[in-house]
Design a protein around this ligand. Structure first.
Ligand SMILES: Cc1ncc(COP(=O)(O)O)c(C=O)c1O
Length: 477
């Protein structure tokens, strides 16, 4: 009878067999980037049939399992690293990042605190320091699962800062209804964060935007003043530093002035756009970013690291402690002078945490930040080129400015109901598998949204995208 350890750890030969099969698959996957369809030709019924099975109580041959992974899991996956994956602001992924995640899982650190994971904690503290330096911010923070969680953590910190009793008594400690200010372009994670923080989605007040889709600082000023006079409690202003729809960057410096005047917390949602400070052509657009009270960043967007990896930075980390620090006997840090008492659970919602920092640490060392900066700049130049191609054409129409790497446009050839036509086009292009787009509403106009957040995209890919939309347009009656 084999022991559980023998059964679950396998012997070296079997480990090597699986490890080599996995490495072969990964190498093949990266070798063929761009050759596969962006979107798989699969139906929900086919996937359910292929992947449904009874609970596997007994072991199966591992080669069969790997084959099943390739036949159904891989075949049923969108290729997010494809150079013509224009769908979302998301990670194109790298080989180094994939290897780092593999190493992190093998090392299996539980990054709760220095005591539990001395090296991983030190690496994460180093990486957070690097990210902070990149965006020129003074403060501290931690890695979280992504931008949504970073926004939530920041909103919790802002709420805790609004009243010292909130963490204990909840929002009933506040002297009036809480208000969170955000532009109409704000990511959906902000109302979700308001709901999770107990403020409620209705607490989010939409501040109008100007013609560039940037928050109107004067309107914000008036709204905060009105709310204060009515006895409401302004909690936080959320500035877009690269909005998810168009890449709009709110006038952060002007918003910081308003917030300073009213003594309100300013958060920058820089999950998508923040790392564009590395790109010389747009750097000055982020003036004021150093003045915010907190900031969300997503290394799993424009640092090209694999999901999941977000970061929240806060100027005054005691606000995080106020929101999250809570102790229990079983986590009491018993330490000696050689040990650090640092514990991530004092600064964020998670206790058990994976070693997310390793993929940033390895990527920065393997590529150098200069190469990553050049890739971001290249993406921005490509977005400008796509905007030019749209503007120069007779059949496309651009619907929004292009401050970063997102182009919102529509096919206007053929006339008719442009919203209905472009909705149909979007589906056809997605299903065609040559390029993948998403959508946004710009006012009342349905826009095709091309996001260039991918170090593999070239100018040739832009031409293929436009050709593909035109080709699809010919198939729409
Ligand atoms: C501006 C912005 N904020 C927040 C998020 C949410 O990030 P995540 O998907 O990592 O939770 C996104 C995602 O696209 C975003 O673009």
């Amino acid at each position: 009878m084999s022991s559980p350890a023998e059964i679950l750890d396998w012997d070296p030969a079997r480990r090597e067999e699986l490890g080599r099969a996995a490495l072969d698959w990964v190498l093949g996957w990266f070798d063929a980037v761009g050759e596969r369809p962006v979107y798989p030709e699969v139906s929900a019924r086919w996937l359910e049939a292929g992947l449904s099975a009874t609970l596997p109580l007994d072991p199966q041959d591992i080669r069969t399992v790997v084959d099943e992974f390739a036949a159904h899991v891989v075949a049923g996956s969108r290729d997010n690293g494809h150079p013509r994956m224009f769908g979302y602001v998301q990670s194109s992924g790298t080989f180094v990042g994939a290897v780092a995640d593999f190493l992190a899982s093998a090392l299996n650190q539980n990054v709760t605190s220095w005591r539990s994971a001395p090296a991983a904690t030190t690496v994460e503290r180093q990486v957070v320091g690097w990210l902070r330096d990149i965006v020129g911010f003074e403060g501290d923070g931690l890695l979280v699962s992504g931008g949504s969680m970073a926004n939530f953590v920041a909103l919790m910190a802002a709420t805790a800062a609004a009243h010292p009793e909130v963490a204990r008594r909840g929002v009933r400690a506040l002297t009036g209804d809480p208000v969170v200010y955000a532009s109409s372009m704000t990511h959906m994670s902000i109302p979700k964060a308001a709901a999770m923080a107990g403020l409620g989605r209705d607490a989010v007040r939409r501040v109008p935007v100007d013609a560039e889709l940037e928050m109107d600082a004067a309107a914000l000023d008036r709204a905060i003043g009105d709310d204060r006079r009515a006895g409401r409690v302004p909690i936080c202003v959320v500035a877009n530093a690269g909005d998810v729809n168009t890449g709009a960057i709110d006038p952060i410096d002007a918003l910081a002035d308003v917030c300073a005047r009213h003594q309100v917390w300013l958060h920058a949602d820089a999950a998508y756009g923040g790392f564009a400070v590395l790109a010389p052509s747009v750097r000055e657009r982020f003036a004021g970013l150093a003045r915010v009270d907190s900031m969300s960043l997503d290394p799993h967007k424009w640092l090209f690291v694999p999901v999941d990896c977000g970061c929240v930075l806060v100027r005054d980390p005691s606000a995080l402690r106020r929101a999250f620090s809570y102790s229990a006997d079983y986590v009491d840090v018993v330490s000696s002078p050689d040990m650090s008492e640092y514990a991530f659970w004092d600064y964020g919602p998670e206790l058990t945490r994976r070693f997310r920092a390793l993929k940033i640490w390895m990527a920065f060392k393997a590529y150098g930040v200069r190469a990553i900066a050049a890739a971001i700049e290249r993406n921005i130049q490509l977005a400008r080129r796509l905007a030019e191609l749209v503007d120069e054409s007779d059949d496309f129409e651009r619907l929004a400015p292009v401050p970063l790497g997102i182009v919102c446009f529509r096919y206007a050839g053929g006339g008719g109901d442009l919203n209905a036509r472009n909705r149909e086009l979007l589906l056809r292009v997605q299903r065609g598998g040559k390029a993948y787009l998403s959508n946004a509403m710009i006012g009342d106009a349905f826009a095709l949204r091309a996001c260039i957040v991918n170090h593999r995209t070239t100018e040739g890919d832009l031409a293929v995208l436009l050709d593909e939309i035109r080709r699809s347009a010919r198939t729409v009656e």
